[in-house]
Design a protein around this ligand. Structure first.
Ligand SMILES: [Zn+2]
Length: 474
């Protein structure tokens, strides 16, 4: 049985999707006003672990992630740069999708853009006006939180000091300012706006997630994820808008991942401790080590990112990789199978699944795998282990890697590559990360001349040889 912590109830609860075998999942996506930092990717990797585990357990998933391409921050950025909003956000969208591929995050089924769903948002706002939950003030439209008694249930804010009728127009604000929030903002000089049946203007941030989640997943769906900083005001406001409009429960399970801090401090541009993926890759980090680090800390714990913990993650992942490569080398005596091996695999699989089924307790799942490595290594050392055993163990590791996604594709074993080729492949990946496509193309061409073809697949980079490996040496 799968159990998840539900922010709404404050408890770990059994998880059962609305329709058997299929999970409807909404995850708040990026605001594309800048490059995403590793704190953002912590949330996306957590959501990827959740989704991959559900798939592993045999569920189908429908996954929607919105792209916020109009809000206070994107408009400010476009105006500062003096370019159209769409042109400004395009670059950051592309960088985001590139990072997702690099981190082996499975793509969502739909990535709806806010600017492409204005009519859906307008329909909800009009409904909220008609039902008396929203009101007009000076050309804008606000949600009246006094009309929605359940307001504050998710974030557990205290409403005793609530002063009805006070308004906040900003998309993001602190818990101290619990106010009526903007659904629709009046046109302002220099800001993009839409002519609609509720008047000219542009949407607030929160309404887009209410509109786009219900369009693609229905009025009530299974899981809504985000970072803890989304709980208030963003998710609180989503609930108010959606439930006031539909009269139905909005989301069954709310899951939020905790912050990532760097060297014990909150990330900020001014402190210079806010890293993007390109920053880390430029410093020589392997993005899959970063993925392993992000997923190997339980999602409800604060993650303190330091160069030491990244090095530890690298070393732990290396242990699993070396073990897998040894199993896949294929040089053991053929045919022999040790009956203990299938018991060990069964025990490790149970430990792995039980850990993740317990509110994604990844530490227990990884412990089960490392215990498995130790036990199998003992068998190998005592020579009670044949080729058939190695294949069964390797197949098991490949199976759990559909959840972890930390191994290279089969056949891509780092030690099989001459070091100069491996470093050229790495340099080409780095160049792509840093958007130096000219250099990336040149390196790719050089690799082709040396008989290595690169393919970018949804599971990451693959390579294959076009010539026998000895030939380059003449
Ligand atoms: Zn959202």
């Amino acid at each position: 049985m799968i159990r998840f912590f539900n922010t709404m109830s404050g408890r770990v609860e059994p998880f059962e999707p609305l329709s058997a075998g299929a999970v409807k999942l909404y995850t708040c996506g990026p605001t594309v006003y800048d490059y995403q930092h590793i704190g953002n990717y912590r949330a996306y990797v957590f959501e990827d672990l959740l989704k991959r585990f559900l798939l592993f357990m045999g569920y189908k998933t429908s996954h929607v992630m919105n792209i916020t391409d109009v809000d206070d921050k994107t408009i400010r950025g476009a105006n500062l740069r003096g370019v159209a909003l769409g042109e400004y956000t395009q670059k950051y969208q592309e960088a985001f999708f590139e990072d997702l591929r690099t981190l082996r995050i499975l793509p969502a089924d739909v990535y709806p853009r806010a600017t492409e769903h204005i009519p859906e948002m307008v329909a909800i706002i009009r409904g909220l006006l008609e039902k008396g939950y929203a009101y007009r003030k000076e050309g804008s439209i606000y949600f009246s939180i006094a009309k929605f008694p359940a307001y504050g249930r998710l974030s557990k804010i205290r409403l005793d000091e609530l002063k009805p009728g006070q308004r906040v127009e900003a998309d993001e604000y602190e818990k101290e300012s619990v106010h009526d929030f903007a659904l629709w903002k009046q046109p302002k000089p220099g800001e993009p706006f839409w002519e609609t049946e509720i008047g000219p203007g542009r949407p607030g941030w929160h309404i887009e997630c209410s509109a786009m989640s219900s369009k693609y997943l229905g009025e009530t769906f299974d899981i809504h994820c985000g970072g803890v900083d989304n709980i208030f005001p963003h998710h609180e406001n989503e609930i108010a808008q959606s439930e006031a409009f539909t009269g139905k429960p909005f989301v069954r399970t709310w899951m939020h991942c905790h912050h990532l801090v760097v060297d014990g401090e909150k990330m900020s541009k001014s402190k210079g401790n806010q890293f993007t993926m390109s920053d880390l890759i430029g410093q020589g980090a392997d993005p899959i080590d970063l993925r392993f680090l992000l997923l190997s800390t339980h999602y409800r714990k604060m993650l303190n990112f330091t160069s030491d913990v990244l090095a530890q993650a690298k070393a732990s992942r290396r242990r699993l990789l070396d073990f897998l490569f040894e199993l896949e080398r294929g040089d053991l005596s053929p045919g022999r199978t040790n009956p203990v091996v299938s018991d060990l695999i069964g025990k490790a699989r149970r430990g792995f699944v039980e850990g993740l089924a317990d509110d994604l307790n990844i530490s227990n799942s990884l412990s089960a795998l490392f215990e498995f490595v130790r036990e199998v290594n003992t068998l190998i050392a005592s020579q009670k282990f044949g080729q058939g055993d190695a294949e069964a163990c390797a197949a098991f590791l490949r199976e759990v890697d559909s959840v972890l996604a930390i191994f290279p594709p089969k056949g891509l074993q780092e030690q099989a590559l001459p070091p100069e080729i491996a470093s050229k492949i790495e340099a080409r990946q780095r160049a792509r990360q840093q958007k130096d496509f000219k250099l990336a193309d040149r390196l790719r061409q050089e690799l082709i001349e040396e008989g290595i073809i690169l393919e970018d697949t949804k599971d990451g980079l693959r390579w294959k040889r076009t010539k026998p490996s000895g030939r380059t040496n003449g």
